[in-house]
Design a binder for this molecule. Structure first.
Ligand SMILES: Cc1cc2nc3c(=O)[nH]c(=O)nc-3n(C[C@H](O)[C@H](O)[C@H](O)COP(=O)(O)O)c2cc1C
Length: 201
């Protein structure tokens, strides 16, 4: 199997970590993988906070009910209004930052690290807690925390493929459509005169 596909199947949420710190070069590689992600109109509406201080990790563990794991490091993926390179980020920042997040998870797997996505956005209480702990400035919104460390547990390599979830080709006609009225075009299209369509820069 292709190496990339193996990495995809190997990526699992790791929630037990050794005490070994994560090397700065590896964290750097994760950030480079994150910023290689696709984004709508290449707006790159993201920033990242890297945390390795135990005192700050302890604050996350204390404040967030689903973030108790003993990871030595975390990357907080931020939607960034202030750094985005086009207004497409206003609408698509969650998807864009999720693509960056998945790149971090996959790169971590490829580097022999364990990781787990801790959901923050859109839960306002988690968002508020993370914003306070990290002193986040105006113009950024935390999407998640990605806990990172050397794994102290192993998990099965797997797909979760289910044939029943796949429709090859359109659904057959007949079933009365539940779609609402056709939306007005102007509601759907991102208006950003400064951006040259989907240009490949
Ligand atoms: C948006 C999102 C939020 C998640 N939040 C948490 C979380 O707060 N805590 C946690 O332990 N895992 C969290 N996870 C990880 C999921 O529980 C995990 O991906 C899922 O159970 C499938 O397992 P796998 O990652 O090993 O394939 C989250 C995953 C996503 C995509």
């Amino acid at each position: 199997m292709d190496d990339t596909l193996t990495t995809i199947m190997k990526r699992r949420s790791i929630r037990k970590f050794t005490d070994q710190p994560v090397e700065r070069e590896k964290l750097q590689q994760l950030l480079e993988a994150a910023m290689a992600a696709p984004s709508a109109m290449n707006a790159q509406p993201w920033e990242f906070v890297v945390v390795t201080e135990k005192a700050v990790m302890d604050k996350f563990r204390h404040a967030l009910m689903f973030a108790k794991m003993n990871a030595p490091a975390a990357i907080c993926v931020l939607g960034s209004n202030r750094m985005q390179k086009g207004k497409a980020g206003d609408k698509f920042w969650v998807q864009d930052c999720s693509a960056a997040s998945e790149n971090i998870l996959l790169a971590a797997t490829a580097l022999g690290l364990g990781s787990v996505w801790i959901g923050v956005h859109p839960l306002t209480i988690f968002s508020w807690q993370v914003s306070n702990i990290l002193n986040l400035p105006e113009g950024v919104t935390p999407l998640n925390l990605i806990y990172i460390g050397y794994p102290a547990e192993t998990k099965e390599v797997r797909t979760q493929y289910e044939e029943a979830r796949v429709q090859w080709g359109p659904f057959p006609p007949g079933e009365k459509s539940k779609r609402s009225k056709k939306p007005a075009k102007k509601d759907e299209i991102i208006l950003d005169e400064s951006t040259d369509e989907h240009s490949d820069q």
